[in-house]
Design a protein around this ligand. Structure first.
Ligand SMILES: [Zn+2]
Length: 158
């Protein structure tokens, strides 16, 4: 429920997006084909016979449009370097996904002169924000409420 305060443990066990949720092994994501094996979701050529079926946490977030992290681009600088920044963001996502396939970008949406990038995991949002700052300077601030997994990064350059 929105606004409800939850403890860390309760949040994890009730949360359908929680990456550490246990499944029977092997389980296949019937949407993207990832396999749950050795305690985590991973890439696989094909589903092993007899695998259980489920929806992985990243696909669940894609279906529900429920991000685990946001990066907000502010200021005017990004508009002149948009293709460059977009390429950087996509390359970072690709690299992250290679080893952690639940790290995905949900959407990249310009709104009111800003750009909102939503990610499936807080980890990927942090990675994108830091990569943008490393390449393009500017100011980066990280906002996360205590005990809440959702992270919001604001990068600004005028
Ligand atoms: Zn999936």
């Amino acid at each position: 429920m929105p606004g409800e305060r939850r403890g860390q443990v309760g949040w994890e066990s009730d949360n359908p997006y929680y990456e550490g949720k246990k499944h029977r092994e092997p389980t296949v994501c019937e949407r993207c084909g990832l396999i749950y094996r050795d305690g985590h979701w991973q890439w696989a050529e094909e589903a092993p016979p007899g695998a259980d079926r489920a929806i992985c946490p990243a696909c669940r977030r894609e279906i529900d449009r429920y991000p685990g992290g946001y990066v907000l681009l502010q200021g005017t600088y990004w508009q002149g370097r948009w293709q460059e920044i977009l390429n950087l963001v996509k390359n970072q996502e690709e690299e992250a996904r290679r080893t952690r396939p639940l790290h995905r970008i949900l959407w990249i949406e310009p709104k009111d002169g800003e750009v909102e990038i939503a990610t499936t995991t807080p980890h990927l949002a942090r990675r994108l924000g830091k990569a943008i700052q490393a390449a393009h300077k500017g100011e980066l601030s990280i906002h996360q409420a205590e005990g809440e997994p959702l992270v919001r990064l604001v990068w600004r350059r005028d």
